[in-house]
Design a protein around this ligand. Structure first.
Ligand code: ASP
Length: 632
């Protein structure tokens, strides 16, 4: 139970506090923050007082960060830390309380702002020139004596423990920074969209029905026997329906739900900045998105300078082996088929007997110098796990002399083949060459992954490959509208089934749908897809054809949308930005969990409340559901 009371302080000796607190990193987020006039319980925040306040009576509230011989206490809130001096006449009386008071207890301090003695000023602390001489101390709530972890900077805490006690974790400087930055960015987005550009913020339902195609959805039982809601994977249909409704420019900070199992940087629920506009083309949506990001970009980062570069899907695959390339660094793919075809290099002999085959290469600068045997072996293993049965992989280690090559294919390499490769790849001493042969995009895909793997290994050895302070945005466009499904002969939507084909490919939709390109664009930041959108199909017939004839979906589930398209639907398009991922990149956090207040664990659980949790038999009966312990 919390101890409450009012205590007086007594006699103490002054001494210098060690400079253990660095400049508070949250200052840039709220420079002029003061306590609002409606608040009566405190006059200032703990990060606010300066020499100008000397002589003022103040009331501060916060958490007990630190105490020193019952003479000083450091009071903390999110904005900073203030040193409180317990005057000698109060020390005796307050000693029993202060010495027994656990850190993180919540206090209200009344006192007068004073200069610190010159030799006790702390230049590293924004409030370091002053201290508050205590006149009154209220214990608002004591903290239990043993918290599950300490709230200190650089104190490593297991993520599962942070999740279990998230309310404590949120008190840390890092989480305070990230959540406040998130709030600021969202505010600037609203300002840009709603106040400056006429967007309307509309909330759409989260109880909906199943959407054909796309991700696995969460279902919500109802008390109608055998009937379920689905949680929407995005407000896609609603935002299109809002266009039919004449909303014209829609925006929402929208919760989306996808039951995608455990993926390292995915959440079953996540947030999108969801946008839709009528009477626009791809250029309009891309340009609006660029301006939105530039307007919302944090002040402490270098300004963004749109327009962002663009790369077609094919070019991205050819150069980087992925549709979300990190273009902060090179190691670009090169087609070396012409050097290796009929070259007698045994592992690539078979490759060329298949149509649409090639050998692709990347050169990792200086890697032969840094990579150990173990690293090279790990690349071999990686290529086995990630490659397909028909891809062939090999490495060439270039010596300090660029003519010295060490590789399993060395003895098969004719001098002229080596020469040709050398020229094609501009090989330098100590480079590492990676070669992959295979069909279609397979060698590109594998090399794209190996390229990142090599960057990781180099960085683990202290070589700077990707600059964490650089934000490289990139648009990818000209995607195929459909991609082959695992089931042979079937197609699925590359983006979603509502994406319109490029106008010049419309005829192909009815003859060769696999060749159609879509009016679809993805936004990539430092190798992460942070957004995607498209111009939509606005004709009922075309939409019905795509759903029924190409994707073989049950159209009855989308009758409402088809009817709406036929009711005076304007041409429209939009985009959704993944807010969590965008913030994680800006905050340089490895996981989106670090920018979400109450995230799920990597396997989709809430470690704090232990959700998902069983429900009672009564509840099951109410919902007409029965649970099975095992799959049939
Ligand atoms: N609803 C789409 C998605 O979630 C984005 C869009 O097309 O606007 O990926």
């Amino acid at each position: 139970m919390a101890v409450r009371g009012k205590y007086l302080l007594n006699q103490f000796q002054k001494f210098k506090l060690i400079n253990f607190i660095n400049t508070h990193p949250l200052r840039h987020l709220n420079k002029n923050r003061t306590i609002s006039s409606f608040v009566k319980t405190r006059s200032h925040t703990c990060g606010e007082l300066r020499e100008d306040h000397v002589g003022k009576s103040v009331v501060l509230c916060g958490w007990l960060q630190y105490k020193r011989f019952d003479q000083f206490i450091l009071l903390r809130d999110w904005q900073g830390i203030t040193q409180v001096l317990i005057p000698s006449e109060k020390q005796q009386e307050l000693k029993p309380l202060i010495s027994s008071l656990p850190l993180e207890s919540v206090l209200q301090i009344k006192g007068t702002v004073e200069y610190r003695p010159t030799n006790q000023k702390n230049k590293k602390l924004p409030t370091g020139d002053i201290e508050v001489k205590l006149t009154d101390l209220q214990l608002l709530n004591s903290c239990r004596s043993q918290l599950p972890f300490q709230l200190k900077k650089f104190h490593e805490v297991k993520e599962s423990l942070r999740m279990e006690y998230r309310y404590l974790d949120i008190r840390t400087e890092k989480m305070q920074h990230n959540l406040r930055l998130r709030s600021k960015m969202v505010m600037k987005m609203r300002e840009f969209l709603c106040n400056k550009n006429g967007f309307v913020d509309v909330e759409t339902p989260t109880l909906f029905r199943r959407t054909p195609g796309g991700a696995q959805e969460f279902i919500v039982p109802t008390h109608y026997p055998g009937k379920f809601y689905s949680l929407p994977q995005s407000p896609q249909q609603f935002k299109q329906l809002l266009m039919v409704g004449g909303i014209d420019r829609y925006f929402q900070i929208a919760k989306c739900y996808r039951d995608e199992g455990s993926k390292p940087d995915r959440q079953p629920e996540f947030t999108q900045v969801d946008i839709e506009m009528s009477f626009v083309d791809m250029e309009d949506v891309m340009s609006l998105t660029e301006q939105l990001l530039a307007a919302a970009w944090p002040d402490m980062k270098d300004k963004l300078s749109p327009p962002f570069p663009r790369l077609s899907f094919n070019k991205a695959m050819t150069l980087y082996g992925t549709d979300k390339p990190d273009v902060r660094f090179g190691f670009e793919l090169k087609d070396v088929s012409s050097s290796l075809q009929n070259s007698g290099v045994h592992i690539f002999n078979n490759v060329f007997s298949f149509p649409d085959s090639s050998v692709q290469a990347i050169v990792v600068d200086q890697a032969a110098k840094y990579f150990t045997k173990k690293d090279l072996l790990s690349l071999q293993e990686f290529s086995q796990v990630e490659g397909s049965v028909s891809t062939n992989f090999c490495l060439i280690k270039v010596g300090e002399e660029s003519r010295h090559w060490q590789s399993s294919i060395s003895k098969y390499l004719q001098p002229q083949v080596k020469e040709h490769l050398c020229k094609q790849l501009s090989v330098k001493p100590s480079d590492l060459i990676l070669l992959v042969g295979g069909q279609g995009h397979q060698p590109h895909l594998l090399l794209g992954k190996l390229r990142l793997q090599c960057a990781n290994i180099l960085e683990s050895k202290g070589v700077k490959v990707r600059d964490p302070d650089t934000f490289q945005f990139l648009w990818i466009y000209n995607f195929p509208l459909f991609v082959p499904k695992e089931e042979v002969g079937k197609l699925e939507a590359a983006h979603h089934p509502f994406t319109a084909p490029l106008p010049e490919d419309l005829e192909l939709l009815y003859t060769h749908p696999e060749k159609v390109k879509g009016q679809h664009y993805d936004l990539v930041l430092n190798g992460n897809e942070i957004g995607g959108g498209s111009i939509r199909i606005h004709s009922t017939e075309e939409q019905k054809f795509v759903l029924e004839k190409i994707l073989k979906e049950d159209c009855s589930q989308l009758q409402h949308l088809l009817t709406a398209l036929n009711s005076g639907c304007p041409p429209h398009g939009g985009i959704a930005l993944g807010l969590d991922r965008l913030l994680a990149i800006i905050c340089q956090e490895p996981s989106i969990r670090d920018v979400i207040a109450f995230p799920k664990s990597h396997d989709g659980k809430d470690l704090m409340s232990k959700a998902p949790a069983p429900i009672s038999v009564e509840d099951q009966n109410y919902y007409y559901i029965q649970t099975k312990n095992k799959l049939p």
